[in-house]
Design a protein around this ligand. Structure first.
Ligand code: F6P
Length: 369
C-alpha cells in the first residue's frame, strides 16, 4: 500500500514503566521534528484517546522539542502509562453487575483519524505491542519499541529497562551479603520478571547468589535446603537465594496475588513461600526481601539510555522509510525492524542451555533441580 507522507505522529507509553522510556520519547520527538513532523503524546497508554474527558488539559498533548528537553536520564514517563487501559480487553460492567472485556480498537482507529494522526510510535511490552499489531492490521501506520524490565520479548537481543533493573537488583544483593553474614541468616531476594527468569538469573549470577530459582526450572525445595546446609558445613554461615516472582516448585503453581478483568494477573509471594520452607527445613533464620517496583524506578543505566535513544531514532527512521507493523529490535551492531506479529508470537524465556545458566552451574549455583 502506498502511504501519503507523514505530517503528524502520536507516541504513547503503555504497560509497566521502565527506565529509558523518557529517553525513547526524546529521541523519537527530536528525530521526528527534525524531519518536519509534528508530534503528539497520548496520555496513559491509549486512555488519552479513549477517555478524553478524563483529561481536561487534553488526552493528546503536543510534544515540541522543548517538552522533551533534559529528560533522557529521568525514570518514569512524561506521558504517563497504565496497565488498566488495554483497548482489546477494556473492562465494562454488564447489566448483571459482572465485569466483561470489550474490544475498543475500532474506536481507537477513528480517534487517530479524527485527530489527523498519520502514524503511531507505540512504546511497550508484549501487551502493548500486541495492541499495536492489531492497530497496524486495521490500517494505522505503527512502529513498536520494545520496553520491559522483564526482557521477555522475542526477536530482540534485549529490551530497554532490563539492564537498569538488573543493575539495581545486583547492588541490592551486594548489600544483603554483609547483613546475611553478620546475622548468619539466609536472605531470600524476590525480584520481578513475570513468567521469565532473566532478572533473577542475571542479578543472581552477578551478585554471587548461592541459589537462583526461575520459572524455567521448577525447583525442589529440598535441593535448595541442601545447598544452604552445605554453606554452613564449609564455614560460610550465610546464604543468598534469588527468587523470580514467577518461580514455582516442581508440580507447583506460580504464586498469584490477584486477577482482575482487563488486567494481567499480579504475581507475588514466591519469595515468602521459599523463606518459610527453608526456615522450616534447615532451622536457620531466614528473611525475605521483595525488591518489587524498586526495579522499575530511578535513572536508566548508560546502556539503557543509549539503547533507548537508538530505538527511538530507529523508530522514526522506520516510519520515514515507509515501514509499518514492525518493532525496532536490537541485533548488534545494528537495530533491525521485525514484524510485530513475530515479536509478540511467543514469550522469550531463559533458554536452559544458555551460557549464563552454564556459567552459574560451573560456579556451583543451585537452581533447585
Ligand atoms: O512487566 C513489568 C512488571 O514490573 C513485572 O515484572 C511485574 O510482574 C508487573 O510488571 C507488575 O505490575 P504492576 O505494576 O501492575 O503491579
Amino acid at each position: 500500500m502506498k502511504h501519503h507522507s507523514i505530517k503528524q505522529i502520536a507516541i504513547n507509553t503503555g504497560g509497566g514503566d521502565a527506565p529509558g522510556l523518557n529517553a525513547v520519547l526524546r529521541a523519537t520527538v527530536v528525530s521526528a521534528v527534525n524531519r518536519g513532523w509534528q508530534c503528539y503524546g497520548i496520555r496513559d497508554g491509549y486512555n488519552g484517546l479513549l477517555e478524553p474527558k478524563q483529561y481536561p488539559e487534553g488526552g493528546l498533548i503536543p510534544l515540541p522539542k522543548s517538552k522533551v528537553r533534559g529528560i533522557t536520564h529521568l525514570g518514569g514517563t512524561i506521558l504517563g502509562t497504565t496497565n488498566k487501559g488495554n483497548p482489546l480487553k477494556w473492562p465494562v460492567k454488564g447489566r448483571d453487575g459482572k465485569m466483561y472485556e470489550v474490544d475498543r480498537t475500532d474506536e481507537l482507529i477513528k480517534a487517530f483519524k479524527k485527530n489527523k494522526i498519520d502514524a503511531l510510535v507505540a512504546i511497550g511490552g508484549d501487551g502493548s505491542l500486541s495492541i499495536a499489531n492489531v492497530l497496524a492490521q486495521k490500517g494505522l501506520r505503527v512502529v513498536g519499541v520494545p520496553k520491559t524490565i522483564d526482557n521477555d520479548l522475542d526477536k530482540t537481543v534485549i529490551t530497554f529497562g532490563f539492564d537498569s533493573a538488573v543493575s539495581f537488583a545486583t547492588s541490592c544483593i551486594d548489600r544483603l551479603h554483609s547483613t546475611a553474614e553478620a546475622h548468619q541468616r539466609v536472605m531470600i531476594v524476590e525480584v520481578m520478571g513475570r513468567y521469565a527468569g532473566w532478572i533473577a538469573l542475571n542479578s543472581g549470577v552477578s551478585g554471587t547468589a548461592d541459589a537462583i530459582l526461575i520459572p524455567e526450572i521448577p525447583y525442589d525445595i529440598q535441593k535448595v535446603a541442601k545447598k544452604i546446609e552445605e554453606r554452613w558445613k564449609i564455614g560460610a554461615k550465610f546464604a543468598i537465594v534469588v527468587v523470580a516472582e514467577g518461580a514455582k516448585s516442581k508440580g507447583g503453581d506460580v504464586s498469584v496475588i490477584s486477577k482482575e478483568v482487563g488486567r494481567a494477573e499480579r504475581l507475588g509471594g514466591a519469595g515468602e513461600q521459599v523463606a518459610k520452607e527453608i526456615q522450616e527445613i534447615t532451622g536457620k533464620e531466614t528473611r525475605c526481601v521483595v525488591l518489587g517496583h524498586l526495579l522499575r524506578g530511578g535513572t536508566p543505566t548508560t546502556f539503557d539510555r543509549l539503547v533507548s535513544l537508538r530505538f527511538g531514532a530507529a523508530a522514526i527512521r522506520a516510519l520515514a522509510e515507509g515501514q509499518s507493523g514492525v518493532m525496532v529490535a536490537l541485533d548488534p551492531p545494528t537495530v533491525r525492524y521485525i514484524p510485530l506479529i513475530e515479536a509478540t508470537n511467543r514469550m522469550k524465556s531463559v533458554p536452559l542451555d544458555c551460557d549464563t545458566i552454564l556459567t552459574a552451574r560451573d560456579l556451583g549455583i543451585c537452581f533447585g533441580d
